[in-house]
Ligand binder design. Structure first.
Ligand SMILES: [Zn+2]
Length: 199
């Protein structure tokens, strides 16, 4: 199983707004510039804070900080109704399932079939996206491995996983997604998603 390091790779556009067609559930973000960066210590850090109402889940607060000098970036989400550790299991079976909303905090572990996992850690970010966005992050990482890894074994594996992932993204194959969050700030929001107590 490939462990995905979110620090690599650039797909950061959905940290603050996942492709929302209407966009009405997002309030205008509050920005505070000129803050000291924890990495390079320059006053080039911008903090962005906003909140969103997620249907069938509740209010979430989104935070991010970006440094224009050293490119340090960190984002996270916090649910207003967070509490118990949680685990969600969701089987993606068709194109419609790809639209299921996902709230993922930086403390969450996401397992995507036998293809790979997104682990918590220093480089881990929190974001609101949907299943398609989650799979596309993994796809991007696999593409990087395919292009840059010099171990032919892992390149073959990445190529096979990409094929599988593409079939899931086309809606022609199913995959099981598990989302585990000890802080209870994460969710997969869909009537088919099974919620149980996390460890
Ligand atoms: Zn910096």
């Amino acid at each position: 199983m490939k462990r995905i390091n979110e620090d690599e790779g650039g797909n950061k556009s959905d940290d603050l707004n996942a492709n929302d067609a209407n966009g009405t559930d997002q309030e205008s973000p509050e920005m505070i510039g000129g803050q000291e960066c924890p990495m390079c210590r320059q006053n080039t850090l911008t903090l962005i804070e906003s909140e969103r109402d997620i249907p069938y889940f509740g209010k979430v607060y989104l935070f991010s900080m970006s440094c224009s000098n050293c490119k340090y970036h960190k984002a996270d989400v916090e649910a207003e109704n967070s509490g118990e550790p949680c685990k969600y299991t969701f089987v993606v079976e068709n194109e419609e399932d790809l639209k299921a909303r996902v709230v993922k905090s930086s403390n969450a572990t996401v397992k995507i079939g036998r293809i790979g996992s997104i682990e918590p850690g220093i480089g881990s970010n929190g974001y609101v996206t949907n299943v398609e966005g989650l799979l596309n992050r993994l796809k991007h990482q696999l593409e990087v491995i395919k292009e840059t890894d010099d171990d032919s074994g892992s390149v073959d594996t990445a190529r096979n996983h990409l094929k599988k992932l593409n079939r899931v993204l086309w809606g022609s194959e199913s995959i099981k997604i598990e989302l585990i969050d000890p802080t209870g700030n994460s969710a997969i929001i869909h009537e088919k998603a099974v919620k149980s107590k996390g460890k």
